[in-house]
Design a binder for this molecule. Structure first.
Ligand code: URA
Length: 435
């Protein structure tokens, strides 16, 4: 077999065989196939599209291109949860301790944030001492002992995806639905879960900007799940404005802790947490009725079981629990500035991508994987789409460590938070469920 013939076939719109796809993935992972040959093939896949079979074959080949995690010794159904990315998305930090406190085991490997979206690992690492780098043995032992572990991807999982994702990023081929579906599912399959729940985010702060594309992505994901024998369910959630109020690592962790303590539960965040949680409980075989599961989740917040589970998680992974017990301990940014509304009206739009980029400008995110994040900076909104505001009401707070950036961000955020005189409906959070 020759890579040149495989490129030629895809260029001429022929469906690639499983063997051809495996040959490409093996050769590219080992370095025998060059970046320019891989770029040509990926571009042909992008332009000519992929059949369901090609997408599934690509996914499986990438999933088995490196290490795979075997979770069978846990003797329980493990459900993995993954979000296609968002701004202010602290759902995993809240949801996973809740369901763990209800007896659903959680063995979660998360990624870092890139571009305008945040990553769960960065948020966990903003808790002083929290170790995201457990060995596989420690990870599994902890799940057995306390029913939850949340770590970063320490294993060499799906290395082909890592290489191809970086390549796609450099040749403007990220936004292909088939390539996104296979990229996500290859990592999920490699990480060993039997059942998979994907939060497909939709809107300005997500990869999928509209519901039509999100549905297409969800059905490709489901199709791959079927062919790979992993029960998969997609919940389409709104990511047009940031989720909850806080954007930035410390600020988001504080919001998650306050939620788990039952002190402040932003309505949009609560809807997403409860819906995804109810489906995870169902997939794990621990509760068929979604409404009952939502009630049980709220109860675990009220009786502090969910919060105590989070404390236990942090303690087992070496984190300083005094930060959880008293969020005032988290490092503060040097400057905090309230932003006042310049007019009265209704909040029409808070573009999530723009807010994510603004938080990054303050230092809360990274453009390249090597960049360092400033955990203390970010934005806390004081309003949501659909709410009324009066002139001079506080609409947001900016947290910054650099005075110039603070001033620039304070101006910019006034353009991002759009106010209209017309009535505006708040965003619907759960847009669809596809299984
Ligand atoms: N997330 C991934 O893991 N892969 C993609 O291609 C896009 C989003």
């Amino acid at each position: 077999m020759r890579i040149l013939d495989i490129i030629e076939n895809k260029k001429n719109k022929k469906e690639l065989s499983k063997e051809e796809i495996q040959f490409f993935i093996k050769g590219y992972t080992s370095g025998e196939i060059t970046d320019y040959q891989a770029a040509a093939l990926i571009m042909a896949m992008y332009l000519n599209g992929m059949s369901n079979k090609e997408t599934a074959d690509l996914t499986i080949a990438m999933a088995y291109s490196g290490d795979t995690l075997d979770l069978s010794s846990l003797n329980e159904i493990i459900v993995d949860k993954h979000s296609t990315g968002g701004v202010g998305d602290k759902v995993s930090l809240i949801l996973l301790p809740i369901i763990s406190s209800l007896g659903v085991p959680v063995a979660k490997m998360s990624g870092r944030g890139l571009g305008f979206t945040g990553g769960t690992v960065d948020k966990l690492q903003s808790i002083p001492g929290y170790n995201t780098n457990l060995t596989t043995e420690e990870f599994i032992k902890q799940v057995k002992e306390i029913g939850i572990s949340m770590i970063s991807q320490t294993l060499n999982l799906a290395p082909a995806d890592k290489k191809i994702y970086a390549l796609r990023d450099s040749i403007a081929c990220v936004d292909s639905i088939s390539l996104i579906a296979s990229s996500i599912m290859s990592k999920k399959i490699a990480s060993g879960a039997q059942k998979i729940l994907i939060d497909v985010t939709v809107g300005s702060g997500a990869f999928m900007k509209n519901i039509k594309d999100a549905k297409k992505l969800a059905s490709e994901i489901i199709e791959i799940g079927k062919l790979a024998n992993r029960e998969t369910l997609c919940v389409l959630t709104n990511m047009d404005e940031p989720l909850g109020y806080a954007v930035g690592n410390n600020l988001e962790v504080i919001e998650a802790i306050n939620f788990l303590k039952g002190e402040v539960m932003p309505e949009d965040l609560k809807k997403v947490v409860l819906e995804l949680g109810a489906y995870m409980i169902k997939l794990a075989g621990k509760g068929e009725n979604l409404e009952n599961s939502k009630q049980a989740m709220l109860e675990s917040i009220n009786n502090k079981k969910a919060y105590n589970k989070f404390l236990e998680l942090v303690k087992h992974q070496g984190g300083d629990t005094s930060y959880i017990e008293n969020v005032e301990n988290f490092e503060k940014a040097k400057f905090m500035k309230p932003i006042y509304s310049e007019k009265s009206g209704n909040i029409a739009k808070i573009n999530a991508e723009e807010i994510g980029k603004l938080a990054n400008f303050l230092g809360a995110g990274r453009e390249k994987m090597e960049d360092k994040i400033d955990d203390a900076v970010g934005i806390v909104l004081s309003t949501k789409v659909g709410r009324k505001v009066q002139k001079d009401d506080v609409i947001a707070y900016i947290y910054a460590n650099d005075m110039n950036k603070l001033e620039l961000a304070s101006e910019k955020i006034k353009d991002i938070i759009k106010i209209t005189e017309d009535p505006v409906r708040k965003n619907k959070m759960i847009l669809d469920v596809i299984m």
